[in-house]
Design a protein around this ligand. Structure first.
Ligand SMILES: *Cc1c(COP(=O)(O)O)cnc(C)c1O
Length: 437
C-alpha cells in the first residue's frame, strides 16, 4: 500500500468495512454481525489469494468468474504498467487510442466465423448486453421494421443488473422488480417453445438472447446439446437476430475460446466481459456485423447515429490488459492445456459425488461445475432458507478454498491456469466441507 496511507491492522480493516462498505448481493445484517468476515484479500499469486492474516486460498470461482491466467500474471501486469507510463484513459467520444484500436482488430481476428467485424466497447457484462439490445432495437427502427420489438429470453437467464439487462433475466429473485420496465420480453422455457411460435409471433421478434450451452447464475444449468444450432437455424428462418451472452462462457471456460464454437454457431451480436481482461479490469465488448453497422450510417441530420456510450468506453488500461490476456492464450497455448485439466476435473467431481451422499446432480462443462445439494435421507433439495450452500462454502475456507454457491448449488470455476492437483484440492475441499455439516 502507498506509503502516504497510515498502516491499518487486519482488525481496523474489518471495522471500517463493517462501518462503510455495502457489499453486492450480500445480506449486510449477517455480514456485519459476523466475527470473521470480511475476509480481507491482500494479495494474489497464480490461482491463489492471500488474506490479511496471511492465509492462502485457492480462488475457486476465479474471483466471480473473471480471472483466467491467475493473479499477478507477469505478462498482464507488465502490459498494464507499460500502458500506465503513457496514458490511463482518454475519451472514446471523439478520440481513438492505440490499445483500443489494436484490441478491436484482435477481437475480430479471434471471434468465431468471419462476420463479426465491428467492436463496441463498454464497461461490464451488463452494459455489453445493454449495448447489443440497443443496437438491435435501433437497427429495427432504422431498417423500417418497427414491429420487431420483442426479445426472446429464456427461463433461468441472467444477463446482468442494469434495468434493460435485468428485464431479460429469468430468475425471479433477481429481476422480479423489473418485470414491468425494460425491454418487451417473450420469456420461453426451451427451444421447443421457440419452435412452436406462430409465424405472426415470430415476425414480432427482434432477437433471441441466451447464454450459450450453460446458464451460469441459474446454477450452472446445461442446455441440451444441439440447441444452439437449432436456435441459429430458427433465427435465420425468421429474420431474427441471435445475441449470445458469452460474458461467463467466453475465453476458454468451456474448453474452447468461445462456447458457441462447440456448435459451429456465429451470432449477430457477441457480448464479452468478465474474462476479457483476464480478470484484471472492468472492460466489455459487443461484437457485431457489417450489416448492423451499416444500418447506422447516414447523413448527420438523418440521425442514424448509434446514440449510446459510457465515460470509460475503450479505457486504455483495460484494453492493454485485454490484449495481454489474448497474448497469454497464444504464448502459453492455453487452450491446448485445457483437455487434461477438464478430464481431471470430471474424474474428481465424479469420485467426490460417489463418496458424498449430499451431492445430488453434478453438472460440468469445461472448467465450470455446479453441484446440487440434496438431503441424503429424502433425496430432495434442502430448504434454501437453511443456507446449506453458503455454510459449506464458509467451512471450505478452512480447507483452503474460496467459492460462492448459487443458493444450494455449489459452484467451482477455477482459473484456467490451475493444475490438476489444484483441481483435485478444490473438489476435495468442497467434499470435506459438505461432510462436516
Ligand atoms: C456476470 C454476467 C453478466 C453481467 O456482467 P457484469 O459484469 O456483472 O455486469 C451478464 N451475463 C452473464 C452470463 C454473466 O455471467
Amino acid at each position: 500500500m502507498s506509503s502516504f496511507l497510515p498502516p491499518l491492522t487486519s482488525g481496523d480493516l474489518r471495522r471500517l468495512d463493517h462501518e462503510h462498505f455495502w457489499h453486492p448481493f450480500t445480506q449486510m445484517r449477517d455480514w456485519c454481525a459476523s466475527e470473521v468476515d470480511p475476509l480481507v484479500i491482500i494479495s494474489g499469486s497464480g490461482p491463489y489469494l492471500f488474506d490479511s492474516e496471511g492465509t492462502r486460498y485457492l480462488d475457486g470461482n476465479s474471483s466471480i468468474w473473471t480471472n483466467l491466467h491467475g493473479h499477478r500474471h507477469p505478462v498482464i501486469d507488465a502490459a498494464i504498467r507499460d500502458q500506465l507510463d503513457r496514458l490511463a484513459h482518454c475519451s472514446a467520444l471523439g478520440f481513438a487510442n492505440e490499445p483500443a484500436i489494436r484490441l478491436a482488430a484482435k477481437l475480430v481476428e479471434v471471434a468465431p466465423g468471419d462476420s463479426l467485424t465491428r467492436v463496441f466497447f463498454t464497461d461490464d457484462g451488463s452494459t455489453a448486453i445493454e449495448c447489443a439490445c440497443r443496437m438491435a432495437a435501433q437497427y429495427r427502427e432504422r431498417s423500417g421494421e418497427p414491429g420487431r420489438r420483442r426479445f426472446v429470453a429464456f427461463d433461468g437467464a441472467y444477463h446482468g443488473d442494469t434495468v434493460g439487462a435485468a428485464s431479460l433475466g429469468g430468475i425471479p429473485a433477481f429481476h422480479g422488480l423489473f418485470a414491468s420496465t425494460g425491454y418487451e420480453v417473450a420469456r420461453l422455457p426451451s427451444i421447443e417453445a421457440l419452435e412452436a411460435l406462430s409465424p405472426e409471433e415470430a415476425a414480432g421478434i427482434n432477437a433471441v438472447i441466451l447464454e450459450p450451452l450453460i446458464q451460469g447464475a441459474a446454477g450452472m444449468r446445461l442446455w441440451p446439446v444441439g440447441m444452439l444450432r437449432r436456435i441459429r437455424e430458427w433465427c435465420d428462418r425468421h429474420g431474427t437476430f441471435l445475441i449470445l451472452d458469452e460474458v461467463m462462457t467466453g475465453f476458454g471456460r468451456t474448453g474452447k475460446l468461445f462456447a458457441c464454437e462447440h456448435e459451429g454457431v456465429v451470432p449477430d451480436f457477441l457480448c464479452l466481459a468478465k474474462g476479457l481482461t483476464g480478470g484484471y479490469l472492468p472492460l466489455a465488448a459487443t461484437l457485431t456485423t457489417e450489416r448492423v453497422f451499416e444500418a447506422f450510417l447516414g447523413l448527420y441530420e438523418e440521425q442514424k447515429t448509434f446514440f449510446y456510450g459510457h465515460s470509460y468506453c475503450a479505457n486504455a488500461l483495460g484494453c492493454a490488459a485485454a490484449l495481454a490476456n489474448l497474448r497469454v492464450f497464444e504464448e502459453e497455448r492455453v487452450l491446448e492445456t485445457l483437455p487434461g485439466k477438464i478430464e481431471a476435473f470430471a474424474t474428481a467431481l465424479q469420485e467426490a459425488a460417489e463418496r458424498t451422499p449430499a451431492f445430488g446432480q453434478v453438472r460440468q462443462l469445461g472448467l465450470i461445475a455446479g453441484i446440487d445439494l440434496i438431503d441424503p435421507t429424502t433425496g430432495i433439495a434442502p430448504d434454501w432458507r437453511e443456507e446449506n450452500g453458503a455454510k459449506i462454502c464458509r467451512r471450505a475456507r478452512a480447507h483452503g478454498l474460496l467459492t460462492r454457491p448459487i443458493r444450494d448449488t455449489l459452484t467451482l470455476m477455477p482459473p484456467l491456469c490451475v493444475n490438476e492437483d489444484q483441481i483435485r484440492e478444490a473438489v476435495h475441499a468442497l467434499e470435506v466441507a459438505t461432510r462436516e455439516g
